[in-house]
Design a protein around this ligand. Structure first.
Ligand code: ZN
Length: 455
């Protein structure tokens, strides 16, 4: 088999890998995202002809893993896409919702839209679903999806070459594509499954150089932050990804209120997308951890008593006029676009504001700049002096940390031949590489963009 690293190798976005055996298949086909939701690189031709691709396997529904699928179809792809059932539903919402933001970027680039609504509809006709552990055969390959515990429906994918006789080790030649791997201790999702018997691994390393603090007691830390906000009558702004993070945090805040750990506080979710996604969470509650699924079944994922979903101009007005303390959650999570920009314009210069970052902020994103302490930023050409307090609670990250990765690899240390590290900043990959080589004595490669390896 040959494996080509076409995207997501040097950067954390635009995931796209090609595996060539009897036929060519892709693993993920994501959007390249830097300062903008959609970078100019997305308009470059694919390094393969889309019509040669037999199938695309999708690990999960984040835009950086699915965003170039409509382009692939428009440019000649005639195969099928495979993912879990929730991933298909989530992908539909994410692709449609992102279309407006992508369109704005395209206009700035003087480019035609990357895709239209009809392209997404057409894509869905070619989208098949498989359940976790339901084996799928494509020519000489056997494919199995495992729960990656990252977001609803997320998977890491094991591909086995059935025709191979891999006598060097017992079993047949196999490779796992990790996609994004989930963190421990989350309220909604099931855990990341154990790594099965495997020879090669393409592994994400977003947090390869750090360990999340307070994985277990993150709810208590959230409680402390909220108590301060309530006591000092502050405005808490959480830039959040509409998919998973919003549901997870609101679920935890509601639990704190319901268990009377904190007083009631007004929560505004300025993201209709997050609301639509929540309905998908309710629909697929059996994919969630059992305790949360039970609660979701009885009262829904959002309790409307405390939470206002900002859908109309009037809702927005109420959000801005509401007295403090209040919590506002809005996208995008890295402050690269969306409703959070307007909210930042209103509140960043106010000392009574607390900004809470709960997820990864890519290099070049506005979120990263604010997080790194820049005091002067520009929003739509308008200079803003950042006076808000900046806090972080990265244990809400949907990504596994260094210790988690090492523990996940450990049981397979004698079977793994090579690990390819992708999807992380250079320093994260370097540090994780050293750590894996030292502690597990495994061969680790950091591929460059467009590299290929024969396995
Ligand atoms: Zn992801």
């Amino acid at each position: 088999m040959k494996i080509y690293f076409y995207g997501g190798a040097q950067e954390v976005t635009g995931s796209n890998f090609l595996l060539e055996s009897k036929s060519k298949i892709l693993i993920d086909c994501g959007l390249v995202q830097k300062e903008k939701v959609c970078s100019l690189e997305n308009f470059l031709p694919f390094p393969y002809h889309p019509s040669e691709i037999k199938a695309v396997l999708i690990t999960h529904a984040h835009l950086d893993h699915i965003g170039r699928l409509p382009k692939l179809l428009k440019e000649g792809f005639r195969g099928y896409i495979y993912s879990t059932l929730p991933t298909k539903d989530l992908a539909y919402e994410i692709l449609l919702d992102s279309q407006k933001l992508i369109e704005e970027n395209c206009r700035e680039f003087n480019k035609e839209n990357l895709y239209q609504k009809e392209d997404v509809e057409k894509l869905m006709l070619r989208w098949q679903t498989v359940d976790y552990h339901q084996k799928l055969n494509l020519d000489d390959l056997e494919i199995e999806f495992y729960n990656a515990g990252h977001i609803l429906g997320s998977a890491f994918i094991k591909i086995t070459q059935i025709s191979s006789d891999y006598t060097q080790n017992r079993g047949k030649l196999s490779i796992v594509f990790s996609g994004d791997l989930g963190n421990k201790g989350k309220s909604l999702n099931q855990h990341l499954e154990d790594l099965p018997w495997v020879n090669y691994l393409v592994l994400e390393s977003t947090y390869g150089n750090r360990n999340h603090q307070n994985l277990v007691n993150r709810k208590e830390i959230l409680e402390e932050i909220l108590e301060k906000v309530i006591y000092e009558r502050r405005i808490l702004i959480i830039p959040t990804f509409a998919l998973e993070r919003a549901q997870e945090i609101i679920f935890d805040i509601q639990q704190l209120i319901e268990k009377k750990k904190i007083p009631e506080i007004k929560i505004f979710l300025d993201s209709p997308l997050a609301f639509r996604i929540s309905q998908i969470y309710e629909k697929y509650h059996e994919y969630l951890n059992q305790e949360s699924a039970r609660e979701i079944l009885t009262q829904g994922i959002f309790n409307k008593e405390y939470l206002t979903i900002v859908q109309t101009k009037e809702d927005e007005r109420k959000m801005f006029l509401a007295s403090e303390p209040k919590i506002i959650l809005a996208g995008s999570g890295m402050v690269t676009g969306g409703r959070i920009l307007k909210i930042f314009k209103n509140y960043l210069e106010d000392k009574k504001t607390t900004i809470l970052f709960v997820g990864y902020q890519a290099q070049g994103s506005l979120g990263r700049k604010i997080l790194e302490g820049e005091k002067e930023i520009f929003l739509d050409g308008q200079k803003i002096n950042v006076k808000a307090e900046i806090s972080t609670l990265f244990s809400y990250s949907a990504h596994i940390d260094q210790q988690g990765i090492l523990e996940w690899l450990y049981p397979q240390r004698f079977n793994l031949k090579t690990i390819f590290l992708i999807h992380g900043d250079t320093s994260a990959k370097q540090e994780l590489k050293t750590k894996i080589m030292d502690e597990l004595t495994l061969d680790v490669i950091i591929p460059e963009q467009n590299d290929f390896f024969e396995i």
